[in-house]
Design a protein around this ligand. Structure first.
Ligand SMILES: [Zn+2]
Length: 193
């Protein structure tokens, strides 16, 4: 297999997506079974269903985070136009993970916490989420030049759709981005964007 083929191959992402989807389905399906809902670890508070959902949702999140790491690595090796995304993926994925862990960990922790502990718990996550948001902002700021470039080139392409310019020699309509006439092959003048 050539290196060029490896670069375009995104099948590695499928494994993570499959783990995420299957974990979520299993957690929801097994967690809603009577057997699990009515069997308790802590009577009346923490059921086997809570445990199963906690495990399923955590594996899905772990897989999401690994997907982010792997994507970062691939973009780094691959280079090219979307390479700047490598600095944005991890902060965004981490923000999603931290925000989700908050409610997932509550599944098993809530029965064991009193109001004061719950408040401390909330503050830990508030600080964590704010820190991740700052990380996302810094990453966007650091990559703003590349981001602007990517968006401008997309905008230019959209702008060029449907626009034409005529060949001076044979009057054939050519795409506004064309360098040579499609009919006679004569060089076309560069058009200012
Ligand atoms: Zn022509």
């Amino acid at each position: 297999m050539s290196i060029a083929n490896n670069n375009k191959d995104v099948s590695w992402a499928g494994r993570y997506v499959a783990v995420i989807v299957v974990s979520l389905i299993l957690a929801a399906a097994i967690g809603s079974m009577d057997l699990f809902e009515k069997t308790f670890v802590i009577q009346g508070k923490l059921s086997a269903s809570h445990l199963v959902r906690f495990l399923g949702y955590s594996s899905a999140l772990a897989a999401l985070w690994m997907l982010g790491q792997h994507a970062t690595l691939v973009l780094h090796k691959q280079g090219g136009r979307w390479a700047f995304m490598q600095h944005l993926i991890l902060p965004v994925v981490t923000l999603v993970v931290v925000a989700s862990v908050n409610s997932i960990a509550l599944l098993v922790l809530k029965p064991m916490m009193n109001a004061a502990m719950h408040n401390i718990y909330n503050w830990v996550f508030i600080v964590g989420i704010l820190a991740c948001s700052a990380w996302v902002l810094m990453a966007v700021l650091g990559q703003s030049a590349s981001l602007t470039q990517a968006f401008t080139s997309i905008a230019e392409r959209i702008d060029a759709v449907g626009k034409t310019k005529e060949c001076g020699a044979c009057n054939t309509s050519n795409e506004v981005t064309a360098k040579f006439c499609k009919r006679c092959g004569k060089a076309l003048p560069e058009t200012a964007a």
